[in-house]
Ligand binder design. Structure first.
Ligand SMILES: [Zn+2]
Length: 570
């Protein structure tokens, strides 16, 4: 197991330990609690390093949030996971190229997340021949959804969870990497060329590669098995923290039982090397031990949640009852530095039974405002809730302070003062949380409560990126941005004919926008170029000037078309 290590010091780790203060004010430096110090130590996992193995596998850890892996072949190499930006892909490839400068023949995405896909365009930019992009058949769908209809909210919540806008000294790490770098450049996502459903075996540059669909952290996840090297690349189905069975930035339900099955599938190969897409590689007998430990921890949380669900308990009760068994609780692979058991329990409950917890008072509860106003009445007036909020902050009873502030905001009472106290509470809790997702989310939320602060969208677009996305994606976005207040009664049909031959129609009816390919009875006929239309919708061009220049041909109905477009705005 001859492991050569190349240590690179482009990101020296700074462990900040500041002085303690009892004052409860914003931006006061705090001494890390011992559990937060553990998170600080966890940063050792992300010292930028290329780990090189004699079997021709090289893994870059710590350059950005996700790892990139290069496998050497004959006359060409492959990359598994492309890092989270072209900036990081370039940094990583400098080291890979020094090891072996043969062309990159293929890039495999282990799943759709930006930290595995957004660096791909770098490999296209340096190659004479475009590398093949290989992924699961649903990967493009999930990427388009994140870039499309869910983009505003996923961007906002991701930037909070990863602490994108926090001052550098507040960001310890993001649990599975040092920081999220997707906003460093426009996403260099390239759509996949080769996809598969269950499994795919192929040989590229003499490297035998086996890919297996393996649901878990995402529905499109795959793992890579290299039989010649006995090496496993599990994607994000294993890394050195408790798994993110739910992510607080928001996600569709993660199939927790499927995740266990995927880990069992990996175990069936008896791998000798494990190259995860986050945190350091593992080799020797540790591989099987870790795979087994990880699947056991997930199964425990899954099975115990269901056992307690079946007893009629509600999620908020179950979260207080489940802890990992003592046999495995102390494993460094199960520290809650990314996922947590409590959030997982709620997600498992929701995955099987949906949002209704079964409690009749939660079926159709009073509105937030109504509940707050009755509470105010009960305590002798809303000002008394405010005094309780001040007292909670003084007593450092900060979760209670956050909950009290919810009532005051619902009643629109002293909102500026309430927000200042809410911000203090959020920062206090955030600073003391050893879970970086919670920590960063609360610290970022405290920052957002500062007057004048506005979150920027972390995903920028350019013509290259827009080409990778389907036209369907843009029409889906139009559908969910329709403002019903701007739609008149009746049926109105806008028909689009694109240079490529593609036809799309939007029918406005009953305050919805039906998207179809029909093109009869059109009130509006638009002819234009595919790329130009996408770029206009993405805000790269002003529609007024493109209509005026005729590049968007409205057949004499310019004002009507612009009026039509204006309905698709919040
Ligand atoms: Zn990842």
């Amino acid at each position: 197991m001859n492991t050569k290590l190349y240590y690179i010091s482009i990101l020296p780790l700074i462990f900040l330990l500041s002085s303690c203060s009892d004052d409860v004010t914003r931006s006061q430096p705090v001494e890390y609690t011992s559990s937060v110090e553990k998170l600080v130590q966890h940063s050792e996992e992300f010292i930028p390093t290329v780990y090189s193995y004699d079997n021709g596998i090289h893994i870059a850890v710590g350059f950005g949030i996700a790892n990139s892996i290069m496998v050497e072949g004959e006359g060409g190499n492959i990359i598994i996971d492309a890092a989270d930006s072209v900036v990081e892909a370039e940094k990583i490839y400098k080291f890979f190229k020094n090891i072996n400068s043969n062309p990159i023949k293929a890039v495999i995405y282990t799943h759709n997340h930006g930290d595995h896909t957004f660096g791909a365009a770098y490999y296209d930019s340096i190659s004479e021949e475009k590398p093949q992009i290989i992924a699961h058949e649903t990967t493009a769908f999930y990427i388009e959804r994140i870039m499309g209809i869910l983009n505003p909210i996923i961007s906002a919540r991701s930037s909070r969870m990863f602490g994108t806008f926090l001052p550098e000294e507040q960001l310890i790490n993001v649990g599975i990497g040092p920081f999220l770098g997707v906003s460093q450049s426009t996403p260099g996502y390239m759509k996949p060329d080769i996809t598969f459903s269950d499994e795919l075996k192929l040989t590229i540059a003499g490297i035998d590669i086996e890919l297996y669909h393996a649901v878990g952290e995402t529905n499109d996840q795959l793992f890579v098995w290299l039989p010649q090297q006995k090496a496993l690349m599990p994607g994000d189905n294993l890394y050195k923290t408790f798994p993110n069975l739910y992510t607080i930035r928001g996600t569709t339900h993660r199939d927790v039982k499927g995740w266990v099955d995927s880990l069992d599938h990996m175990r069936s190969f008896n791998p000798e090397y494990l190259f995860p897409s986050h945190t350091k590689p593992i080799e020797g007998e540790e591989v099987m031990k870790t795979l087994t430990l990880y699947r056991d921890a997930i199964q425990y949380v899954h099975d115990q949640t269901i056992r307690l669900m079946n007893q009629g308990l509600y999620p908020d009760q179950i979260i207080e009852m489940i802890e990992l068994p003592s046999e495995i609780a102390d494993s460094p692979f199960l520290n809650e530095f990314y996922g947590t058991i409590r959030w997982s329990v709620k997600s498992i409950f929701n995955g099987y039974l949906g949002w209704f917890n079964g409690n009749i008072s939660d079926l159709d509860p009073l509105s937030r405002k109504e509940e707050a106003s009755r509470l105010a009445l009960m305590v002798g007036g809303v000002e008394n809730i405010y005094l309780q909020l001040e007292a909670a902050v003084t007593a450092k009873d900060m979760q209670w302070a956050l909950q009290l502030s919810d009532h005051l905001i619902a009643l629109n009472h002293k909102v500026n003062d309430v927000n200042k106290l809410r911000s203090i509470a959020a920062e206090y809790i955030g600073q003391r949380s050893p879970n970086p997702n919670k920590r960063n989310y609360l610290l970022s939320s405290a920052l957002e409560l500062e007057p004048g602060f506005e979150l920027e969208n972390i995903i920028k677009s350019d013509a290259y990126l827009l080409k990778q996305l389907s036209m369907d994606n843009f029409f889906n976005i139009l559908s969910v941005t329709l403002n019903p207040e701007k739609v008149e009664t009746g049926i109105y049909r806008a028909c689009f004919a694109f240079d490529s031959g593609l036809k799309k129609t939007i029918t406005l009816r009953n305050k919805i926008a039906e998207i179809s390919s029909a093109s009869t009875d059109c009130d509006l006929n638009i002819e234009t170029n595919d790329s130009l239309f996408k770029e206009t919708l993405a805000g790269i061009h002003n529609p007024i000037s493109k209509v005026a220049s005729g590049e968007i041909n409205t057949n004499g109905k310019s004002a009507e078309f612009l009026m039509f477009l204006s309905k698709f705005r919040n």
